[in-house]
Design a protein around this ligand. Structure first.
Ligand SMILES: [Zn+2]
Length: 538
């Protein structure tokens, strides 16, 4: 019997994973409201006037000659003395407005790159407005409404585009080769798609995490993290062979050991709660995954919606699954695929929202969209109408649900009894646009079409995702920290988006990534997963 966690399960207390209370080595509870403070605390140079100056003449000249120069310039460049001059000679009201909190200018002449004129949306720092960002050798040097790029500095004009902290895709499958054709190339999903951090959900296991580190994490331009599979087998061929995934294939000690040995990579445990598994072993697998997560102080990410067919002769009531799952969950755990078109998601057959979902949310359980082959506009509308907003937006791309330029492979989201994939209902090339997912920009566009505002969606892919990963240093733009930035465009027009059921939804705006920047690595998007913009714009 899953014992109820004491009534700390209240919405207010929900912010921190209760698991963190346990000896939690890796997990740092993400500070929900710290951003502004942190930004302020950053090493900001203020043009404070020290009352000792050189000649007033010089100062006056300087003030005249450089009307647009901001005080910060003088400050950094010339510590006490010159700053003092400037301050003295120029009356306060003549000075341009002081940069706010995180928005600081650094010494000119040291920038290697200036990103100009984008609308910067950085929810963690409370920024939504036109800003310039200067980068010096891969480090954010300044954020301000206007930065003058010294001659010779590389400048990218991003007018009309949206610039955000590096986007985080919280759900993808990128254990290339080892998980067979299920695993995509990490940079194809990441940097080349305008996303700087990608999180594999359940590909690597306790037995295969070493290879994941060596062959995926290390060589990738993208930051690669994972929720380690609860199963020793990991996500081989997308969990095709169901018999590998019962409780006998789980070893809690092995998970704990692997996670402790890879603290920079493993951010949680991946498990499933769906009719196929439930028909075979109830929620035993999930209980073991939770045990490991509990010991590690890491969250468990729970897949909802049918993955495997039910065992022969067993009929499962999908509503019963959530009844048994929710009591096992703690604050910080994640329910995935809330909008799934398959049974055992948030929406009951009669269209109502499963009451246990609300109970889960009340105790601080988080929601990841996990778009993949699950997305149903109808269910999404029901969930959103009930006032339930996802926290993060994993795109859940893998080798079986995307369209490759060569025709690709795809399936409809679950394996059949014979372990064969359901064939596509139409040949790949005949499928209308948007029939297959292509990344978090796609998911964001779908959510925008359902009325979710852009800044909220950016928060889901930045600060909220960073909190889910227990890495509050991510998902924000911080002066002095390595550059970690995504840029995208908003195309306007009229499109019919299609969900995994083939249901259409009109969209008038479509997000399309243009670049990703990590440190000194500037990547213009060129992923073969992305749709052709000229076709889209037509
Ligand atoms: Zn997945």
């Amino acid at each position: 019997m899953p014992e109820k966690k004491k009534p700390a399960a209240k919405a207010a207390a929900a912010a921190k994973p209760a698991a963190a209370a346990k000896a939690a080595p890796a997990k740092k509870p993400a500070p929900a409201r710290e951003p502004a403070v942190a930004a302020k605390a950053a090493p900001v140079k203020k043009p404070v006037a020290a009352p000792k100056a050189a000649s007033a003449k010089k100062a006056a000249v300087a003030a005249k000659a450089a009307p647009v120069k901001k005080p910060a310039v003088a400050v950094k460049a010339a510590p006490a003395k010159k700053a003092a001059v400037a301050a003295k000679s120029a009356p306060a009201k003549k000075l341009p407005a002081m940069p706010k909190s995180a928005e600081v200018q650094a010494m000119p002449g040291t920038y290697s790159l200036v990103l100009k004129g984008a609308r910067v949306i950085d929810p963690a720092n409370g920024i939504d407005g036109i800003r310039d960002i200067a980068i010096s050798n891969g480090i954010i040097a300044a954020i301000s409404e206007r930065i003058t790029a010294p001659r010779g500095t590389r400048v990218l004009d991003l007018k009309g585009q949206i610039l955000t902290p590096g986007l985080i895709d919280t759900h993808c499958h990128i254990y290339e080769h080892v998980t067979g054709d299920f695993g995509l190339n990490a940079d194809m999903v990441g940097m080349r798609s305008g996303v700087t951090t990608v999180v594999d959900q359940g590909g690597p296991s306790a037995l295969t995490i070493g290879g994941f580190n060596q062959y995926v994490v290390q060589p990738s331009a993208s930051r690669v993290l994972c929720f380690i599979s609860a199963y020793l087998a990991g996500g081989l061929l997308g969990h095709k062979y169901v018999d590998l995934y019962g409780p006998t294939g789980i070893n809690v000690d092995a998970i704990v050991k692997a996670a402790r040995e890879n603290p920079g990579i493993v951010r949680g445990i991946k498990a499933h709660a769906e009719p196929g598994g439930y028909s075979r072993w109830g929620v035993e697998s999930l209980k073991l995954a939770k045990k490991a997560g509990h010991e590690l102080g890491l969250p468990t990410y729970v897949h909802l919606g049918t993955l495997w067919p039910e065992a022969a002769g067993v009929k499962v009531d999908p509503q019963q699954i959530i009844n048994e799952v929710v009591p096992l969950l703690e604050a910080g755990d994640i329910l995935a695929h809330p909008f799934t078109r398959y049974p055992s998601g948030f929406v009951n057959k009669d269209g109502s929202i499963h009451p246990f979902v609300l109970e889960a949310l009340a105790k601080g359980v988080k929601i990841d969209v996990g778009r993949g082959a699950h997305f149903s506009f109808d269910n999404a509308k029901q969930v959103l109408a009930a006032g339930i907003m996802p926290d993060t937006l994993g795109a859940d791309l893998h080798g079986y649900n995307i369209k490759f330029p060569d025709g690709g492979r795809w399936y409809r989201g679950m394996f059949t009894d014979t372990a064969e994939m359901e064939p596509p209902e139409a040949p790949m090339e005949e499928l209308p646009p948007f029939s297959t997912p292509y990344g978090i920009h796609h998911t964001m566009s779908e959510m925008m079409a359902l009325g979710v505002p852009l800044p909220k969606l950016v928060a889901m892919c930045t600060s909220n995702a960073a909190a889910m990963l227990g890495m509050p240093e991510l998902g924000r733009i911080t002066v002095g920290a390595p550059a970690d930035i995504s840029v995208f465009r908003i195309l306007t027009g009229e499109w019919m988006l299609r969900d995994s059921n083939g249901v259409s939804q009109k969209a008038t705006q479509l997000l399309h990534p243009t670049l990703a920047l990590r440190g000194t690595n500037l990547q213009m998007t060129d992923s073969p997963l992305l749709p052709n913009v000229t076709e889209l714009a037509a």
